[in-house]
Unconditional design. Structure first.
Length: 96
């Protein structure tokens, strides 16, 4: 019985860690020609925000669309950045 509890604890640990960690909104980096490099490695992506939970991060994506409008980029370029942006648990985001 003790062995099963140990196995269950090891399996549940990463799930609990994700529930307790923060969330980060990442967007692809912008190239010199004002397009977004969606094929760039994740470590090169730009952090657009940090949040306490996934729902807040999703709301941050909506706010990102407003910030992109300020840049006055073509609408299709804005949509690429918005739809390619990702909310990820902070524990899986690579650190420079």
């Amino acid at each position: 019985m003790k062995r099963w509890l140990t196995v269950a604890a090891l399996i549940a640990s990463p799930l609990v860690a994700h529930a307790e960690c923060g969330w980060v909104l990442l967007a692809p980096p912008m190239r010199a020609d004002q397009t977004f490099d969606t094929s760039a490695p994740l470590i090169d992506w730009v952090q657009e925000g940090a949040y306490d939970n996934a729902t807040a991060c999703s709301n941050g994506q909506i706010a990102l669309s407003e910030r992109l409008k300020i840049l006055k980029l073509p609408q299709d370029t804005q949509l690429v950045a918005l739809y390619r942006s990702r909310c990820l648990p902070a524990s899986v985001v690579p650190i420079r």
